[in-house]
Design a protein around this ligand. Structure first.
Ligand code: ADP
Ligand code: MG
Length: 665
């Protein structure tokens, strides 16, 4: 659908995932600016910011010029007259009209007695001095978006459906969705913003809660008729063949999972535990149990590197068994791929490890019984359900390295069962964490570690404003300069072969320093890495940082984490980061993230696999979630008594079906 006549704008909108006029309206302002009109009773001084409501006295005149094109015009307000000068806006000559009120914004220049124009607009919202600011790519201007929003309202008049059932709408005195959207885009007052957001957030929370409950309800009705019972003693026999003894946490997670698999309803469980807590072996045992009951299982990983690592690991763990394991990734040769798909379809393959290919159309399973999703936040709900839909009765286990704070899990994900690993099987001591202001000192530490044959990660997971320092390329170059021939680089723009090669060089020790630009690639397990240096840390949540430092010292050796503190880090930012030097436990750090509401607190949560909400903020809107949760129960209980409820449910069920059909990739 073409939203505008400009191919450039259409492309930009497409990239923003805006495909319809509805999408335009659902992209609400990121924040608002409150403008106050300039007090005109005192004379303007040089460099004063000026905001006035003005009308043109005469048509604008554009002066030809080799340099900046200048447009002059003269306006009057209720009190004064002003000369205005606009640079490089010659279109104003044809667009500004006489007898029209404009909001005019600029800076006063005393020498030339001009207002240098920064912006001029007709917008009514603006007349009330609350200006919405949208988060937009640089190729799309605020005023262009505002224009589009107006167009969208015109196109959709009377077509914006208020989803919240009438009974609940009146219970909370909510406004309709159309008014809510109009309020947030063109607020006349702070109250407008509040009431508009309240509707949108509540609608989102209610739909999220009700959908979860509907899915859960459906799963509970789907009793497993075909699955065989898994005998505990068979599992124990297998566990005795492992090269290590399981921790108590691992043992109880396994019993919880086996209980789920043996129960008549489908498993819907999250296995959470810090990096290094040993989730992988738990997943393997679940896959083995699934094999014993005669079904196929898959392990879905977000990257090829991780998938391969799991695959190799699995081959060794299952070497004494008859389990047939294969790896399916995007980079397979056609021939090999076809063989795997054939073997999968006729049931020869017992366990398939892989990436996105696992749920592509051509991948057909003969009797899929268990899906395990590693680093589950990397996949959307749709992708998970696309995979689960590949079988008749599929148990689902998701794994996440970022702990979701308990309070949040209870309110938001109330329908999910959770197993948690809190102990570390191998790690004997905490990763020593230090804040470092001087990069030279960091280099000295790195040198010491290299002298002791240790390996070092360097990561700049986000680009910070301290761009010189944290820019990934610059970082790689600086480290290469300091440690010639000892650095390799890993980032998402490299092909998987290149990534493989970089990782191999790091593992083998030929380049003991790895500058990794993407957090995710660090899901890799290199046991003898002993140090991680993190740039741009102020932009990350404490839990994310904690997760990163968990990548080192995995063989139980002494390990270090250095957080580079840039010159422009504020005291507040440093204080927050200091917690990492004092606290070792990921749960406490997650709770602190929640409490601090500082920068990056959400990035950590995003990793934890909480869904991305459009309007809701999982930290500030807990109350809304709680009400919505209760209301969702109410809706399900009273669906036969309230037409609005039954209609609401029908609608959501259609949405659930629809979403399941189209995996997002
Ligand atoms: P994560 O939870 O981060 O995925 P892994 O499953 O990769 O952690 O486990 C981290 C390391 O600990 C691996 O090398 C794994 O083989 C090892 N490990 C797992 N469980 C145990 C255990 N019970 N005893 C000793 N080592 C273990
Ligand atoms: Mg893992």
């Amino acid at each position: 659908m073409k939203l505008t006549n400009s191919p450039r704008l259409n492309k930009t909108l497409y990239d923003m995932d805006i495909h319809s006029y509805y999408d335009v309206l659902f992209h609400i302002p990121r924040k608002y600016e409150f403008h106050n009109l300039t007090d005109e009773s005192t004379p303007l001084k040089d460099k004063d910011k000026v905001i006035v409501i003005a009308k043109l006295i005469a048509e604008p005149v554009a002066l030809p010029s080799y340099k900046a094109k200048k447009t002059f015009f003269r306006v009057h307000t209720k009190k004064n007259e002003y000369n205005v000068l606009a640079y490089n806006q010659s279109y104003l000559e044809h667009t500004l009209k006489l007898d029209t009120s404009y909001i005019l914004e600029g800076e006063y220049n005393q020498k030339s007695d001009n207002i240098i124009l920064s912006r001029i607009s007709e917008g009514e919202s603006y007349l009330n001095h609350i200006e919405p600011l949208y988060s937009l790519p640089s190729s799309l201007k605020q005023f262009e978006y505002v224009r589009l929003v107006k167009k969208a309202f015109n196109e959709l008049e009377g077509k914006i459906y208020t989803q919240v059932p009438p009974t609940l709408l009146s219970k909370y005195h909510l406004i309709t969705k159309e008014i809510a959207l109009s309020n947030v885009h063109f607020p006349q007052s702070v109250d407008d913003i509040r009431s508009g957001l309240l509707y949108l957030k509540y609608e989102e929370a209610l739909s999220f809660s009700t959908k979860n409950k509907l899915i859960r309800e459906e799963n509970n009705q789907l009793s497993k008729i075909f699955s065989n019972y898994i005998e505990e003693k068979d599992i124990e026999k297998f566990i005795r063949t492992l090269p290590f003894k399981l921790t108590l946490d691992q043992q109880s997670a396994i019993s919880e999972i086996i209980d789920d698999m043996n129960s008549s309803s489908l498993m819907y469980r999250l296995l959470q535990g810090d990096v290094g807590s040993g989730k992988t072996i738990v997943a393997f045992i679940a896959l083995y149990a699934n094999y014993l009951r005669g079904e196929q299982g898959v392990l879905l990983a977000p990257t090829e590197t991780l998938a391969r690592q799991h695959y190799e690991n699995m081959l060794s763990i299952f070497s004494e068994t008859k389990v047939n394991i294969k790896l399916l990734t995007g980079s397979l040769e056609t021939e090999e791929r076809r063989n795997i798909l054939d073997d999968l379809r006729d049931g020869t393959i017992d366990i398939l490890v892989g990436t996105h290919s696992l749920f592509s159309k051509s991948t057909v399973y003969s009797h899929l019984g268990l899906v395990i999703v590693d680093e589950q936040h990397r996949f959307g709900v749709n992708q998970r359900s696309a995979l689960v839909d590949k079988g008749k009765e599929v148990d689902l286990l998701m794994m996440s390295a970022t702990p979701i704070p308990r309070t949040l899990a209870q309110t938001i994900l109330s329908d999910l069962s959770v197993s948690t690993l809190t102990t570390f099987p191998k790690r004997k001591r905490a990763v020593k964490t230090k804040l470092m202001k001087d990069e030279k000192k960091i280099f000295t530490k790195v040198q010491e570690l290299l002298d002791n044959h240790q390996k070092v990660y360097v990561v700049a997971p986000v680009i910070d404003s301290d761009i010189e320092v944290d820019n990934n390329k610059a970082l790689y170059e600086r480290y290469t300069k300091a440690f010639p021939n000892l650095v390799s680089q890993l980032n998402g723009r490299m092909t998987s072969q290149e990534q493989e090669a970089a990782l191999e060089a790091f593992k083998s020790g030929s380049t003991p320093i790895l500058v990794a630009t993407q957090v995710v690639e660090l899901g890799i397990d290199v046991g003898d890495a002993s140090c991680i240096i993190i740039y741009g840390s102020r932009r990350l949540g404490l839990s994310s940082l904690h997760q990163l430092r968990g990548r080192v010292g995995r063989n139980g050796q002494e390990a270090y984490c250095y957080l580079y503190i840039g010159k422009d880090y504020t005291d507040e930012e440093v204080t927050r980061l200091k917690y990492l030097t004092l606290i070792e436990d990921g749960f406490t750090l997650a709770e602190l993230d929640l409490a601090s509401r500082g920068p990056g607190e959400l990035s950590g949560l995003r990793q934890s696999g909480l869904p991305d909400f459009k309007y809701l903020n999982v930290i500030n809107d807990v109350k809304i979630f709680q009400s919505a949760n209760k209301d969702a129960d109410l809706i399900l209980q009273n669906r036969d008594k309230d037409k609005g409820y039954s209609y609401y449910i029908e609608r959501l069920e259609r949405e659930i079906d629809y979403e399941g059909d189209i995996p997002k990739s």
